[in-house]
Structure formats: structure tokens, C-alpha cells
Design a protein. Structure first.
Lengths: 339, 266
């Protein structure tokens, strides 16, 4: 960090590396994150100061595996885009970060919190897909020198959507979007790739179009923790921005991954594996069945979007924000299989 | 080019807006592009109220920014020559202009468009007596990570030009209902590939002709505001023809043809 917060942050960060009583360490940690966040925010977006004061929670869910749970909400100026689950995995030599959050402010808070846990070099920043809540914090990690990693389709997805996302979310998030840039991966995954962090191997798998056209999962073989990105939604209604049929198929195939627990792209974490897939598969199956029935009856896309999947409403949060959208795109996709 | 006159209008409006912003009395918002669009698309001709001649059905909110259903209905199909759909705030506002066959009896046309941001959508009918009538709806932008982009670029290109024809049940034998679907990315281009730094080329359907036998149902001229895999659902008056025939062209010279037997009314 080259901002005025550097000395404060360094000074406070140091004690966290030596053994201190838990309470005290936590206080120091919280204090330094707060100072760091506040100072950064003061430079980047003066109006966001008050809203950035909440400490950034980064929890060790397995030895050397850290995760942050985003709010189940839409991205807003108030939540700084902090709606997706993020992670970091620490090997003997280096660290891999998994997704970076929905704003530069969140990305910086994540980096600061991670630096309280480890000073090892961040070798990789892995994006599970192109969506803003997972990639808008990328800019915070550029100066760490990390290699950005993603699905082979991620660069073109960011090219096709990046400018639109910046404009659309400026309207939605205002100054909380200050400083956000689109950072594309330079290391891409065609089918699978193993990253070595020193005594710790991560298996990255690229999937065919499902939630989006660039979904990537990360399995930490040491701990058996799977980072599923948005191929898994818990409590937050699944979002289909690629292919409904592809999503259904991949949700089935994911189940064979030899993981013990999973961090979903959205929702409680960690969750038991593969049971965590059950609700999502039920939703996608219901929506598909309803749409097929509507298409068979000759309904219009507008009418079908109002009804399909309605039976699932009570089981999910943000249902009314996304279900009609899923139904609309699913209708246009499934219509091609109709006689 | 379509935005040219819209920009001219901003000058005068801008000074006024600046005053209101300075006094805190004016909520910020983009200038209304419609007057400029009337100049560009309709040569500044007077546009009257719809009066039922044309009715636009649009969702209050774009659920998926890439696929927003729009339906234009005509109370008297024999009186409509051209029906034009305009998404005011899109980069290419003129989404589609449908020239209707004189005896085609098209009672409605439903299609799907991209909606980039909060926008008025206009449906403008040019009647056979050469007057213009318009209906309009305001459509809120979609939320979340929805973007007016191609869902799966590989899939879109692998299937480009494939067509599908659907027929729907109709209670009225003098009114049939069908749908034409064409696989095509209908991609806007305009974005830079971050790796190659090259601009992605635009690739879109720019015309579709639909014939029943030798009689035109409609001819559509459109652009990148139409969704990927353009689809047109419409009603028409049967004329005894046995087949429905489609010829579509894209901006790269692609020509796509399809012909299907017209089924029995049911």
C-alpha cells in the first residue's frame, strides 16, 4: 500500500504475528483493519467513510483456509458490494486468493484482513467467474504482484461486459464504485490446472456454460474444502446467467468432486458436501419443468416469467429479484428444444 | 449517428440543468434523447398519440437485460404500414422496424430486445395514410449482474443461422399465430478484448423477411438492440399458402433461409 495508512497499518500489523492473547490480538486486528479501511476510504471515496467502518470478517474454516461471507443482498452503496463469499488459502510458501469482492474498497479491506493472518506472498488471485461482486475488488491485489487466474472464457466475458458493469453499478453504488477497474486474468484454465502453494495443491476446474460462461471451481486437496463460486447458491436464489440446462447438468456433476465441505458463492459457509447441492438442484429442476410445461402450452415468455418456479418462492431469499430473470432466459433457451 | 441530434439538444438543456443542480432543485438525469431520435429515425415528422392504433406491451422492469420481451399490437392491421420499436437509451436505439404485408393481417408482433439502462421504449406506427402514431412505456433497468451480452459466445457461433418455426393454437381460423426463431449472437461488438486489445467486431441480423407463399407477412430491419437468437412471434391472416418461408441476412453477408409447411388450424 502506498497510501497514508501504510505506517499505521504496518505498525499495528506487526504484533499479530507473535503469540498474543486471543482477545488482545483480535482487538489489535480489528483496530488496524478499521484504521486501514478508514484511511484508504478517506483517499478513495470521502463520502464512504462512515459506511466502511464495519470490520471485515475473515474466518479460518480449516487449517490455512480463510473465508469471508458476504451479505445475502444486492450490491449497493451501503454494503460496498460485499455480497459474495471470498476466500484465501495459505500454503507453506504462498497464498492464493479466491475472488476479491464487489468494490475496490472491499478488495482493500479483504487484503488488509488477509495481511493480518499471513505475510506470505500472494501468488495467485483466482476469479471464479466474471460477475462484479466477485471481480470488482481485483484492483486491490494488482500491487501484490499476484498472477490473476480464471476460466479460459473469463477474459472475453470481461471484455464483453466490463464497461457495462462499470456503468450499471455506478448508477447502483455511486461513490462506492470509485477506483474499480476491470482486471483480466493472464493465466487461464482450459479444463483443469493444479496450483502449488508449497505443500498444498489446489485443483482448478473449468466448467462448460452453467451459472455463467466462465465458471471455475477450486478444490484444496489438503483440507477437502471446495470453493464452488456461483455454481453453488445457498439461501440466495440461484442466478442463471449462462445456461439453465448447463447449470442443472453441472450441479449434478459437481457432486462427484471428492470434497468434505464447500464454500458457496453466496450463503452460509462452510456447508456439508455434497448435500449443499440439494436445494439448488431442486430449484433448477422445478424451474426447468415449469418452463417446459409453459412452452408446451404455447405461453408467451412474459407470461411464463411470471409463473415458472413460483412454487420455490418461500425457500429462497432475493427470489423476486432473480426468479423472473432466470425464467426469462431459461424460456428462451428451452424454447429451442420444443417440437 | 443516431445520437447526433440528441447531443445538439444537450447544449441548451445542459445549461438549464447545471443551474438546477447548482441550486439543488433538480434531480440529475440524462437528457431525453427522444426529440433527437424523432429527427434521426422519423425525419422530424409529427407523431400523434397512439389512440389504440398501436399498443406497446413492455415489462415494468427488464428482468434479464439481454432478453426483454416487447409486444406491439395493432387494432386494425390493414391500416399499419410500418411498426418501429425504439429503445431510447440504448447505444443503437432503433431496435427493429417491421414493414407489414398489405394483406398479412398482422395483429401483433412480439420480439425480445436488450435494454441497457432505464429507458423509455417507443412503438411507432406509420399508417397507410402516412401518419405516425406512437405508444411508449418506461422500462426500469435490470438489477444484479444482468448484462445485455451474449450468454455463451461459443454456443452462439456454433449454431449461427439455425432456425426454428413454431405454430400456436388459434381459436379463430382467420387468425393464425406463429413464431420464427433464428440462432445468432446478434453481438454489438464495441468492446475491447483485454488480451488482444482488438475490438470485437459487431455481428448481427440486419434483415428478416417472412413470407407465406408468395405474399409478404413482414420484413424486419434491425440491429444490435435485438436479443441474441432473434425471435418473432406474430399473428397473421392465412391466405391458403402451404409454406412459411424466411430469409435473414446479417451484417457480415451471412444469408440464412428456412421453409416450413403451415400446419392445420387447431
Amino acid at each position: 500500500m502506498s497510501l497514508p495508512s501504510e505506517s499505521q497499518s504496518q505498525k499495528n500489523a506487526a504484533p499479530s504475528q507473535v503469540a498474543t492473547p486471543c482477545m488482545k490480538q483480535e482487538t489489535l486486528l480489528l483496530d488496524s483493519i478499521l484504521r486501514c479501511a478508514l484511511a484508504l476510504v478517506a483517499v478513495a471515496a470521502p463520502l464512504a467513510v462512515a459506511r466502511a467502518a464495519a470490520p471485515f470478517s475473515l474466518r479460518e474454516i480449516a487449517p490455512g483456509v480463510y473465508a469471508h461471507q458476504g451479505q445475502t443482498s444486492l450490491m449497493s452503496r451501503e454494503n460496498l458490494g460485499d455480497i459474495a463469499n471470498l476466500g484465501a488459502i495459505v500454503g507453506d510458501e504462498a497464498v492464493a486468493v479466491i475472488d476479491t469482492g464487489g468494490s475496490l474498497i472491499e478488495g482493500r479491506a479483504f487484503l488488509a484482513a488477509l495481511r493480518e493472518k499471513t505475510q506470505k506472498p500472494i501468488r495467485y488471485v483466482i476469479n471464479t467467474h466474471a460477475h462484479p461482486d466477485h471481480t470488482f475488488g481485483n484492483g486491490a491485489f494488482v500491487e501484490t504482484g499476484a498472477v490473476f487466474v480464471g476460466h479460459k472464457n473469463l477474459p472475453r466475458a470481461l471484455a464483453a461486459r466490463g464497461d457495462y458493469y462499470l456503468a450499471a453499478f455506478r448508477a447502483q453504488m455511486g461513490d462506492a464504485l470509485d477506483g474499480v477497474t476491470i482486471v483480466a486474468p493472464t493465466l487461464t484454465v482450459d479444463q483443469s490446472l493444479t496450483l502449488d502453494l508449497g505443500g498444498r495443491k489446489l485443483l482448478l476446474q473449468a466448467w462448460r456454460t452453467a451459472h455463467s460462461e466462465c465458471d471455475l471451481t477450486i478444490l484444496d486437496e489438503n483440507s477437502g474444502v471446495l470453493f464452488a463460486g456461483d455454481l453453488l447458491f445457498l439461501q440466495h436464489v440461484p442466478v442463471v446467467d449462462g445456461s439453465l440446462l448447463g447449470f442443472l447438468d453441472i450441479a449434478d456433476r459437481l457432486a462427484s468432486i471428492p470434497a468434505r465441505q464447500v464454500v458457496a458463492g453466496h450463503g452460509p459457509m462452510p456447508a456439508p458436501w455434497p448435500k449443499a447441492l440439494d436445494d439448488e438442484r431442486a430449484y433448477l429442476s422445478r424451474l426447468t419443468a415449469d418452463l417446459r410445461a409453459a412452452i408446451k402450452k404455447g405461453e408467451s415468455v412474459a407470461a411464463a416469467a411470471k409463473e415458472a418456479g413460483a412454487e420455490e418462492r418461500g425457500k429462497w431469499r432475493l427470489f423476486d429479484d432473480y426468479n423472473a430473470r432466470n425464467a426469462t432466459a431459461g424460456f428462451a433457451e428451452l424454447e429451442w428444444e420444443a417440437p | 449517428m443516431l445520437r447526433k441530434t440528441a447531443h445538439c439538444a444537450i447544449g441548451a438543456f445542459g445549461a438549464l440543468a447545471a443551474f438546477f443542480v447548482a441550486t439543488g432543485a433538480f434531480a440529475e438525469g440524462p437528457a431525453d434523447p427522444w426529440p433527437g431520435l424523432v429527427a434521426d429515425i422519423f425525419q422530424n415528422r409529427a407523431i400523434g398519440a397512439a389512440d389504440g392504433a398501436i399498443t406497446l406491451e413492455a415489462p415494468a422492469r427488464a428482468e434479464d437485460a439481454a432478453i426483454v420481451p416487447m409486444t406491439m399490437r395493432f387494432s386494425d392491421p390493414t391500416q399499419i404500414k410500418v411498426a418501429t420499436l425504439v429503445i431510447d437509451q440504448n447505444p443503437m436505439p432503433m431496435a427493429a422496424a417491421f414493414t407489414l404485408g398489405e394483406t398479412a393481417g398482422v395483429g401483433f408482433i412480439e420480439t425480445r430486445v436488450r435494454v441497457n439502462s432505464y429507458s423509455n421504449v417507443h412503438a411507432v406506427a406509420e399508417t397507410r395514410s402516412a401518419t405516425l402514431r406512437a405508444d411508449a412505456k418506461f422500462v426500469k433497468a435490470s438489477g444484479g449482474c444482468s448484462a445485455p451480452a451474449v450468454k455463451d459466445q461459443d454456443e452462439a457461433l456454433a449454431n449461427v443461422g439455425k432456425m426454428k418455426y413454431r405454430e400456436f393454437k388459434s381459436a379463430d381460423p382467420a387468425k393464425r399465430e406463429a413464431q420464427i426463431m433464428i440462432r445468432h449472437p446478434n453481438a454489438s461488438g464495441m468492446q475491447m478484448d483485454p488480451v488482444t486489445r482488438a475490438y470485437l467486431p459487431a455481428h448481427f441480423i440486419d434483415s428478416v423477411e417472412v413470407w407465406r407463399g408468395d405474399a409478404l407477412v413482414f420484413k424486419m430491419e434491425g440491429g444490435i438492440s435485438l436479443s441474441e437468437d432473434p425471435a418473432f412471434r406474430f399473428s397473421y391472416a392465412p391466405n391458403g399458402a402451404k409454406t412459411m418461408r424466411v430469409e435473414a441476412h446479417d451484417n457480415k453477408g451471412g444469408v440464412y433461409k428456412g421453409e416450413w409447411p403451415i400446419g392445420e388450424a387447431s
